[in-house]
Design a protein around this ligand. Structure first.
Ligand code: HEM
Length: 254
């Protein structure tokens, strides 16, 4: 492991680790967003997909452990790089003018803190069901097999009620923060990974903007179209069972 500690000790090593862990989290986000979009194909597809993921223990735990390693490494290297940058800055600045680079790194740190709080809340909400404990009891009959009602959970999470509206606003705000973070992150990760020729600057910005935009739209579609009633209507069109077998509104009001 000494190669790792040696690499981590250097500033370029920290940048590399931040870029690589950022790409891992980004890859997970792209996969998660694509999976979330299956909700528009109804409860059979979405609940089947969620049950298949939860039932594949090696995949589930390799993903969870990889993320559990990637998030702290990403955050600690960000904090340490910020400290190194602050220490390298001459102290007698005179009139200090904010630079574009320091502005964007400040945006990254604040946005990153917002995202960290969001992810903790999100896991308490949809994975551990602490926020809305009624989610844990939702079951769905998938071809004779009882699986967790993940489709119904999302309908309830983003229902047009007080709590649902709060969640839609929270998730959309977090997705804007995610989009800005991904834009700067993908752009600078490509630089840290060697794509830093001035010839490619414009291309790097376009690629980063395209990824950020796709993630913003892809993730926001779930909360927005669910509160608007589209997810439930699409679900009914695609499934053999009635979506009303689970009375989501009644459970939310309980
Ligand atoms: C609008 C945005 C999002 C929606 C609607 C959403 C939806 C969900 C749902 C429904 C689950 C629970 C799956 C299940 O237990 O069957 C989940 C789990 C999770 N989500 Fe999200 N998600 C969103 C954004 C994000 C983002 C941006 C991240 C981080 C990059 C993220 C990370 C996770 C993680 C780590 C889990 C736990 C997976 C596990 O059980 O190990 N989510 N999400």
């Amino acid at each position: 492991m000494s190669w790792f500690t040696n690499l981590y000790a250097s500033s370029i090593g920290k940048k590399l680790i931040m870029a690589l862990t950022g790409l891992i989290i980004f890859g997970f986000a792209v996969g998660h967003m694509s999976g979330n979009l299956l909700i528009f194909l109804g409860p059979d597809v979405f609940n089947g997909y969620a049950a298949a993921l939860k039932g594949n223990l090696p995949l589930l735990w390799v993903t969870r452990l990889t993320l559990l390693a990637a998030f702290p490494l990403h955050i600690f290297s960000a904090i340490q790089l910020k400290r190194l940058n602050a220490a390298a800055r001459p102290s007698n600045y005179g009139e200090w003018q904010p630079q574009a680079s320091t502005r964007s790194s400040r945006t990254m740190i604040y946005g990153g803190v917002v995202l960290l709080f969001f992810i903790v809340y999100h896991i308490l909400h949809f994975t551990l069901h602490i926020q809305q404990p009624e989610f844990a009891a939702l079951t769905y009959n998938l071809d004779g097999e009882q699986v967790h009602g993940a489709f119904e959970m999302v309908l309830m999470g983003f229902a047009p009620t007080g709590m649902g509206i709060f969640h839609v606003v929270l998730y959309l705000a977090a997705m804007v923060a995610l989009c800005l973070h991904i834009y700067h992150g993908v752009w600078s990760a490509m630089q840290s990974l060697g794509l830093n020729h001035p010839k490619y600057n414009d291309l790097r910005k376009r690629v980063a903007a395209a990824f950020a935009f796709v993630l913003l739209i892809g993730f926001s579609a779930g909360p927005l179209l669910t509160i608007a009633g589209v997810t439930k209507a699409a679900g009914e069109a695609f499934t053999k069972q009635s979506v009303d077998q689970v009375d989501t509104d009644a459970t939310v009001r309980r």
